[in-house]
Design a protein around this ligand. Structure first.
Ligand code: J2J
Length: 547
């Protein structure tokens, strides 16, 4: 059987008392949240989308509750127990909602992988979380997926961990669909317990897991829904991966369910699919990363779709160019809301009543008056408002430590509990933050985060690669494009199959370089010492100047 959840570094007791007494943290758990909202909004439309077999669904809140309890029973029947961790790796199909709400209803802890994660990441999550099961939508025609799941099982076992059961949600949709959920008890959780594990974009070799509690997360969900003005008339189109923190909680799927609105899942992120759904379902809100926002603007210029119902488009996950902001509002006929958030916690929003220049040029201000923000220099000394520095934060929904990763904790948190976001910002007197850059060794490719040293270490495992440096090169569409600079033996043939090697290693598809550049020598930095970070800066400046 599975190990219990490991200890996580938590807020000091005095601070916990403060968050409770201010009413920020309540006693509501996810299971209670689901029971309460689905009963309160029973006859309203909760979810629209397709299942993994391609059938269309419109579910009321009552139907969603029935499905969640059904899924909880199915998990229980195969041996998943309250407290167990279960990796969810699903695309935007309706079974995603069934599975996740089912796990919460049972009291199991979802681990939110992305559908683009592959052997490397899934193995890491299953091993680190000691996952009882992994939930996928199996495509019987996809031999790769079968092989992938076998590889994950083998690699997990090689780490001395019991491999996860594979749960295929398309079986649920294929079957008669009648599970009797009568008498399923509510799990005996405390709201301040960990409710799930979110995935970190990662700056180190392996992606980290982020432990979020019922109380901290539901606080951010309620406040996000309020700030964004969600109510029962909200129809939110989910274009980004449903399991991403942005799509889940800013205000995302959970914010909509909290407010009694409707979630519409887009199976693919193309403007064509999105525009069709906006018209058909009367979508009022959606959330995009900057490249998608640009793609929508171009597509809307060509096609003049009817987006009359759409009121707000949120953009976040990566920096939106100041020049795109006004175009987006004009061409789509919507109000822009910028969102700067992170799965570790802190989320910033521009507000509906902010002056337009702040909406167009800043990434918003924090959710909570209890969010503590510091902008500091290299010695952790506060800089003046308006000056650029590194962003540190702590607060009622920002973690104090990662899951089972003391080294990352030492690197990423100050002694007094601030999270080092790795982002560089300027804070305006209004409290709004402008993201100006980043200190962390990460590439932000179209909102998807790639840890450079993970990619580099896989590249140097190739027999013909002496050294490799991954850099993010500015790109008009992606924000940053991944360029892998590879040093090979002078006079030896260049490894032609390097991209195949990277793919075969089982890295997520979005981490595969857009371009490989071969060099016989890597440049030496001005000070002569080869700090990899300096080297990356130097190469990225060179490569950007080449264009
Ligand atoms: C610049 N950089 C941004 C922005 C995130 C809401 C929205 C986004 C995320 C997210 C999220 C940015 N401008 N508007 O979890 O709830 C970069 C920063 C940040 C990192 C976090 C949410 N919005 N970023 O993107 O955990 O570098 O969360 O630290 O994936 O994305 O990435 P992630």
């Amino acid at each position: 059987s599975r190990a219990p959840l490991a200890e996580v570094r938590s807020w000091p007791e005095g601070i916990r008392r403060r968050y409770r007494s201010l009413g920020l943290w309540t006693t509501e758990t996810f299971a209670g949240f689901i029971e309460d909202r689905t009963a309160r909004f029973a006859d309203r439309l909760a979810a629209v989308g397709t299942d993994s077999l391609g059938a269309q669904h419109h579910w009321t809140y009552a139907e969603l509750a029935r499905r969640a309890r059904g899924a909880a029973v199915r998990f229980q029947e195969i041996g998943v127990a309250p407290g167990d961790r279960v990796v969810v790796a699903l695309p935007n199909v309706v079974e995603y909602l069934e599975a996740v709400l089912g796990l919460f209803r049972l009291g199991a802890l979802p681990v939110f992988a992305l559908p683009t994660h592959r052997e490397a990441e899934l193995t890491q999550f299953c091993t680190l979380a000691d996952a009882a099961a992994i939930v996928v939508a199996r495509d019987p025609g996809d031999a790769d997926q079968t092989a992938l799941l076998h590889t994950v099982a083998d690699r997990v076992a090689a780490h001395g961990v019991l491999p996860p059961l594979v749960v295929d949600v398309s079986d649920w949709s294929r079957g008669p669909g009648s599970v009797s959920p009568a008498g399923l008890p509510l799990p005996a959780h405390d709201a301040e317990d960990v409710a799930f594990l979110q995935v970190s974009g990662g700056t180190t070799g392996v992606p980290k897991l982020i432990p979020r509690t019922h109380a901290d997360y539901l606080y951010s969900v309620r406040e996000s829904a309020r700030i964004c003005g969600l109510d029962t008339s909200t129809v939110q189109l989910v274009v980004l991966p449903a399991a991403h923190n942005f799509a889940m909680s800013s205000p995302g799927i959970l914010g909509v369910l909290h407010a009694g609105g409707t979630v519409v899942l887009a199976r693919d992120p193309s403007p064509r699919t999105a525009f069709r759904l906006i018209e058909a379902e009367g979508v009022t809100h959606t959330a995009l990363v900057p490249p998608l926002a640009q793609a929508w603007v171009s597509a809307a210029r060509r096609r003049a779709p009817d987006l009359g119902s759409l009121g707000v488009v949120q953009v976040g996950g990566a920096r939106l160019a100041d020049s795109v902001a006004p175009q987006l509002e004009e061409v789509l006929g919507v109000r822009l809301q910028q969102v700067f958030g992170m799965a570790e916690g802190l989320v910033n929003y521009t507000r509906a009543d902010d002056p337009v220049h702040l909406v167009h040029t800043t990434q918003g201000r924090p959710i909570s008056a209890e969010d503590e923000i510091r902008v500091v220099d290299a010695d952790d000394r506060d800089v003046a408002d308006g000056e650029e520095g590194a962003l540190l934060t702590r607060g009622p929904y920002t973690i104090r430590g990662y899951y089972r990763d003391p080294r990352a904790d030492a690197d990423c948190f100050t002694a007094d509990g601030y999270y080092r976001t790795g982002d560089r910002v300027r804070r305006l007197p209004s409290g709004h933050l402008v993201v100006t850059g980043r200190d962390k060794d990460q590439i932000n490719r179209a909102g998807e985060k790639v840890a450079v040293d993970e990619l580099e270490s896989v590249a140097v495992a190739h027999a013909d690669v002496l050294d490799a440096v991954a850099v993010g090169v500015p790109d008009d569409y992606l924000g940053e494009r991944i360029v892998l600079v590879v040093r090979t033996e002078p006079g030896r043939p260049r490894p032609a199959n390097l991209l195949d090697h990277l793919r075969a290693s089982g890295l997520a598809t979005f981490k595969i370089p857009d371009e490989v550049v071969h060099l016989d020598e890597l440049p030496v930095t001005a000070v002569g010492k080869n700090s990899r970070r300096d080297l990356r800066r130097l190469l990225s400046a060179h490569l950007a100047a080449d264009r």
